[in-house]
Structure formats: structure tokens, C-alpha cells
Design a protein around this ligand. Sequence first.
Ligand SMILES: [Zn+2]
Ligand SMILES: [Zn+2]
Length: 87
Amino acid sequence: MRRDPEEAPEGYCESCGLPCIGVEYDEGIGPYEYFGSRGFHHDYVYRSNCCSALVLDSSPVCTECGKKEVYDCGLCFNCYVEEGAKC
Ligand SMILES: [Zn+2]
Ligand SMILES: [Zn+2]
């Protein structure tokens, strides 16, 4: 056992911007040989379960208009300006 699957992070998909769950992927180079000693290289990363993209802590999508841009407060620049920077 390397990691508890219950530790899978929840976040937002960098690709589609929807809430997702991180799925563990092995991006290691696999078996290798280095000066006669063999090994197996693992590099575990979490990727979204929908698009296999990065899992972000906060949504990359504007909560107001759905545009894939976040300037501040979860809003894109236009909405942020229109909202009068309330936050
Ligand atoms: Zn996705
Ligand atoms: Zn917006």
C-alpha cells in the first residue's frame, strides 16, 4: 500500500473547470537501468477523473459567466469590474 485511496483530492479540473476527483497516475519512466543496476521509477501524480488534466484547488472558471478566466474572487476580469470589486 502506498497511499490511502480515500486521500484522493477533490478539486477542479483544469481542462473543463468542473469539480472533479483526483485520480492517481504513474508518470514515472518505468523500468530503467543505470550503470548495471536496475530499478523501476514511479512518479505518482493526481489527474482529474474526467479529462486527466491537472486538479486545481479552486475553480478556473468564472462563477458569474462561466468564462474560463478567473481574475479575483472567482470572477473573470469583466465580471469583477462589473461587480464593483465587492469582495
Ligand atoms: Zn475535466
Ligand atoms: Zn465572468
